[in-house]
Design a protein around this ligand. Structure first.
Ligand code: UT7
Length: 329
């Protein structure tokens, strides 16, 4: 019997309608379009507006469209892994909330937190349930409402982040397509450079933590940049070397969209030419867990069965990793 791989069989995404442009940010903080564009590559990002809406509300339209595309019902899903850093609530898991909203009454699920690398960690985890034969249909969702933890008075962070969500369905594949290899890494000493100060068990929410703006994302950009620019590139190159792939063998490089300069460094290190590097950062900014599935969604029409894709990410934790997969349809 041939080996079972976990293959992506459907993908869809959702971004909110509201567009926050660099021009509008100029009216909010001391910044300018030229600085943001040259330092990050971002021109605009989407913001989820509306009282009482959370990350799951972006997942619902993405997943409903995905299921329709694949021609299956939500009740056929076995497992939902929701990769997010901005869950609807601290508990219960957003995966459970999503399952209820879409009617996935036969699925179990949980949230996975690995900051910007979350979607890759989720894909690698989900693939184990498929490869073992335990499950046939696993939904991996990656999404964040970063606007809920962004301080729009802090120019160092508010220019980067945006809201968005994507989802993929994983199913068994016996033709040799699907997730072939992954390298995932973490280093918890990175907590100093990228974190949310309050709201967890170390520092529960109080009036003081709210007044001190400690519920927003805190980032020491330069320090994170230094790690990201080398680690993401190195791990992408490592997964390629390990699988005897050179740049010509790669159809698409799908990098986490945190900063155009980090994406370019990863492309340079792997030798993959610009025409094969998927970039939408100029329209969405950094949607954390949403970046990679949103890229897959927008480029889906261009992928061909058997294409070699290299996915790569770096994020808070620190966490980083790369996945090699063969597109299955
Ligand atoms: O998603 C996964 C994890 N996150 C990342 O991978 C993000 C990694 N870091 C970055 O992408 C970059 O560090 C940032 C985009 C966050 C910042 O870019 P930078 O080139 O590292 O800027 P910097 O923090 O070194 O600041 C350079 C200068 C400073 O001014 P001085 O001290 O040189 O006078 C900042 O005060 O730019 C200033 N600055 C700004 N100026 C205009 C910082 N933010 C802004 C701004 N507009 N928004």
């Amino acid at each position: 019997m041939s080996k079972i791989h976990a293959a992506i069989t459907a993908v869809h995404g959702y971004v909110p309608d509201y567009i926050l442009t660099n021009k509008e940010l100029e009216t909010m903080v001391d910044t300018n379009d030229e600085w943001i564009t040259t330092r990050t590559g971002i021109k605009e990002r989407r913001i989820l507006k509306g009282e009482g809406l959370g990350t799951s509300d972006m997942a619902v339209p993405a997943v409903e469209a995905l299921l329709k595309k694949r021609g299956i019902g939500a009740d056929e899903l076995d497992l939902i892994i929701f990769c997010t850093t901005t869950p609807d609530r601290v508990f219960p898991a957003t995966a459970n909330i999503l399952a209820d909203k879409i009617g996935a009454k036969n699925a179990w699920g949980y949230d996975l937190q690995a900051a910007c690398s979350g979607f890759l960690f989720g894909l690698a985890t989900a693939s184990q349930f498929i490869e073992s034969g335990k499950h046939k249909k696993v939904l991996v969702v990656g999404g964040d409402k970063m606007s809920s933890i962004t301080n729009y008075k802090d120019r160092a962070t508010c220019i980067i982040f945006g809201d968005g969500c994507g989802a993929v369905l994983l199913e068994p594949n016996e033709e040799g397509n699907g997730i072939i290899d992954s390298i995932l890494r973490s280093d918890g000493s990175g907590v100093a450079y990228l974190h949310q100060k309050a709201g967890g068990s170390v520092k529960p929410a109080t009036h003081e933590t709210v007044d001190a703006l400690e519920h927003f994302a805190y980032q020491e950009g330069q320090a994170v940049f230094k790690f990201a620019v080398t680690k993401m590139a190195d791990v992408a190159a490592e997964v390629m070397e390990r699988n005897h792939l050179n740049a010509d063998d790669i159809a698409w490089l799908v990098p986490h969209q945190a900063n155009k300069r980090i994406i370019d460094a990863t492309a340079n290190r792997t030798g993959v030419t610009a025409d094969k590097v998927i970039i939408n950062i100029e329209r969405y900014g950094n949607t954390t867990n949403g970046t990679i599935p949103l890229c897959l969604w927008e480029w889906e029409d261009k992928f061909k069965k058997g294409d070699n894709l290299i996915l790569a990410a770096f994020g808070g934790g620190f966490t980083w990793g790369s996945i090699y997969l063969k597109w299955a349809y």
